[in-house]
Design a binder for this molecule. Sequence first.
Ligand code: NAP
Length: 257
Amino acid sequence: MHRVKDKACIVTGAALGIGRACALRLAEEGARLALFDVLDEAGAALAAELALLGASVRYWHVDVAREDSVRIAIEEAARHFGRIDVLVNNAGIAGTNRPTHEITEAEWDRVQAVNVKGVFFCVKHTIPHMKRAGGGSIINLSSIYGLVGAADVPPYHASKGAVRLMTKTDAMIYADAGIRCNSIHPGFIWTPMVEQHLRDSGAADMDQARADVARLHPLGRMGKPDDIAWAVVYLASDESGFITGSELVIDGGYTAH
Ligand code: NAP
């Protein structure tokens, strides 16, 4: 119940999917939560749900691809909670799913803006608050697609590979300040993003498409948002105090071959 008691945690992309599960589990374990998303209705509804459970929580409309939006919300969250202890860089988009030679510059740039620059902006504006708090934990959502290739979503692969190394660089830069920085690499997790990805890939029979994707994982199933959320709780907590610069793979064995 108290694994992250009173820690002030920012979760980006908190309204749906993995981010929502992270917010729920962190709240259950005693965290105070700043929820950032562009989906205001779902974000505000989640904040209300967590408040009913007794959590200290507030929702901010934040587009992580816009530096001003990130800076203002982080300043407000730090003022509201008095400190920032944990940043979960979860907001991300899959982007276009066509072969590299058919992708426009704008499509490429949009994925990098959200998935890469979004992480940069959030880290940049959180670090001063973590330094003031005497340390912190930054958790970046990369992907199995930041570790190995597959014949789809080229801009997404590039972005998640970048997040993996940004994590290690920041782990080195901020270790002296007591700030830990780790990446998580999920396999396919059943969320609105993956459902949309399967539709965009032309799946006519969704049950069949889900079963096909599940078979890519030796454990024989797709992941659940909670499979990631519990790892986020661990990396946010002091239980992981000696872990920084690491990549936590949660993929049902996808990358084990
Ligand atoms: P999701 O279901 O699409 O939820 C992501 C949330 O982030 C949505 O509410 C989304 O809003 C929001 N968001 C998108 N762009 C944003 C922006 N610019 N600023 C703020 N919020 C934004 O995604 P998910 O599957 O939970 O994925 C969460 C993270 O895990 C992503 O970084 C993803 O790359 C990573 N991941 C997921 C999987 C998987 O299989 N699901 C696997 C590996 C890694 P919209 O719906 O409006 O876009």
